[in-house]
Structures are given as C-alpha cells and as structure tokens.
Design a binder for this molecule. Structure first.
Ligand SMILES: NC(=O)c1ccc[n+]([C@@H]2O[C@H](COP(=O)([O-])OP(=O)(O)OC[C@H]3O[C@@H](n4cnc5c(N)ncnc54)[C@H](OP(=O)(O)O)[C@@H]3O)[C@@H](O)[C@H]2O)c1
Length: 244
C-alpha cells in the first residue's frame, strides 16, 4: 500500500513511518520539513498522488481552544479535500481518550477534528489513545515558576507511541471502521511522577512541582476522565520500562 503520514516527524508520527516502512508499505511524509504545509495546503495535492490511506498524526502545541480548533479543522478539511481529489480510500486519525468529555483547551481541537472527519466525504477510522510515554518529556519545562518545573495534577494511563503507531498502521491496512475501541497503556500513573522520573534522566538538578489546574479542564485531568474505561484495549510497555 501507499500510505501518507501527516505529522510523520512527530512523537508518534516518526514511529508510524518506521512501522509502515517495516511492514513493506510505500510511505509519504506530510510535514512542513518535507515540503507540505497542511494549514496552507501547499504541496499536499502532489504528495497524495497514488496514496491509498492517510494517517493523520499532525499536531500543534497550544493550550488555546481557539488555536487548537483552528489548526485541527483547517488541517482536516485540507486533507479530506485533497484526499477526495486524489481518490484516497481511507482517512485514519488519532484522537485522545476522554477528549469528548473534556472539550477544553487543546482538547477542543480534537473534538472539532473528529466532527470534521465525521461529516467529511472520506471513509474513516478514528483511534483515541491516552498520553504517550513521550508526553512527560513534551510537557517538561513548558511551564516554569522560578526554579520549578510546573506539572498539572493529572491521572494518566500512558502508552508507548510505538504501540500506538503499530495500531494505526494495522487500522490503515484494514477497512474504515469509524470510532474504534480506545487504546491505553498497561497501568495508571500520576503525571507528576512520570515527569519527575523523566527529569531524573537529565543532567543537573530539577524541581518538579505539581499544581491543580483550575476549572473544568483541570477537573477532567484529575478525576480520571482521560483514563480509558471498560472496553478499551491496552498496550504492554510500562512507562518505567520505556524510560529504562
Ligand atoms: N502527545 C501525546 O501524548 C498524544 C496522546 C494521544 C493522542 N495524541 C495525538 O497524536 C497526534 C500527534 O501528536 P504528537 O505529540 O506526536 O505531535 P508532535 O510531536 O507535536 O508532532 C507534530 C507533527 O505535526 C507536524 N506539523 C505541525 N504543523 C504542521 C503543518 N502546518 N503542516 C504540516 N505538518 C505540520 C510536525 O512537523 P513539521 O513541524 O515538520 O511540520 C510534526 O511532524 C495529535 O493528533 C495528538 O492530538 C497525542
């Protein structure tokens, strides 16, 4: 198959590209660093020539609901229009466990993305996964208070990005299935513990401070909304095995 990976240089995207290539597929990477801008649409039409399935794992780092919604709706609409023109048969996208129950900040964009896919013309599959093990590194240092690295009080059941990538490639090889069962990691963690363990692998001393985020968004982080429920599938690699 020929598979295009939107966001193929990102935390999960690089694994999607590796897994798809290891499985014998012809892979096209859709990122700005590979000459395709998913927001302006430049380079997209040519890149999708002969593509059978698109796996969308593009992202923008933002906590603004407006920016996130703008990014994910624009990217999805651009992808779906180009896929239609190119005759792509399957649009696969990665969303986040519980984002539909917590449509705030970044998650607002994920809800808008799922909606745009659902009303679009391309047969689709959406997989919702939990935070990646790599998430600890992604949020490390994003918010600082003096010498402290600030981490939200958050329950998570993290999964290896590689295991998410394996599932996404399996999905792309199959037929469109709509919303499929959630995918989470093998065990629940507190985000502050993950970030402290991650920081311990870095040179020097690090002070990691846990703070509850106010409002409904923070509540969803604390109360288990983002942890997979019954019926979810689970990866096998724990955060500490991954870190080691
Ligand atoms: N991180 C997590 O823990 C987690 C958990 C569950 C689900 N997800 C979902 O997984 C997906 C990927 O997240 P991630 O953390 O792997 O993302 P990431 O590491 O931030 O990577 C983002 C990717 O998007 C590309 N990109 C950004 N803007 C672009 C543009 N205008 N045009 C083309 N490419 C663009 C980047 O490449 P260039 O900069 O080269 O353009 C990069 O390859 C997202 O949908 C996210 O919601 C993430």
């Amino acid at each position: 198959m020929k598979i295009a990976v939107a966001g193929g240089t990102g935390a999960v995207g690089r694994h999607v590209v590796d897994v798809a290539r290891e499985s014998g597929h012809d892979v096209v990477v859709l990122t700005r660093s590979n000459g395709v801008d998913l927001v302006s649409g430049s380079g997209l039409a040519d890149a999708l020539t002969g593509v059978d399935a698109v796996i969308d794992v593009a992202s923008k780092q933002t906590m603004s609901a407006k920016e996130s919604t703008q990014f994910f709706t624009t990217v999805t609409r651009n992808l779906l229009a180009a896929e239609k023109a190119a005759g792509v048969a399957h649009h696969v996208a990665l969303s986040i466990v519980g984002s539909d129950q917590a449509p705030y900040a970044y998650y607002a964009g994920k809800v808008a993305q799922e909606k745009a896919i659902g009303v679009g013309d391309i047969p689709w599959t959406v997989l919702r996964a939990t935070q990646f093990h790599e998430f600890a590194g992604q949020i490390y240092g994003q918010v600082k208070l003096g010498p402290f690295v600030v981490v939200p009080k958050m329950r998570s059941q993290p999964i290896a990005a590689r295991e998410v990538a394996e599932r996404l490639v399996d999905i792309a090889e199959g037929t469109p299935a709509g919303l499929v069962p959630d995918l989470g990691g093998p065990c629940e963690e507190q985000m502050v513990d993950m970030v402290r363990d991650y920081a311990a692998t870095l040179p020097g001393k690090h002070w990691v401070l846990e703070l509850p985020v106010p409002g409904a968004y923070g509540q969803a982080m604390r109360d288990g909304t983002l942890v997979p429920g019954p019926g979810a599938d689970h990866g096998t690699q724990t955060f500490r095995d991954w870190l080691a």
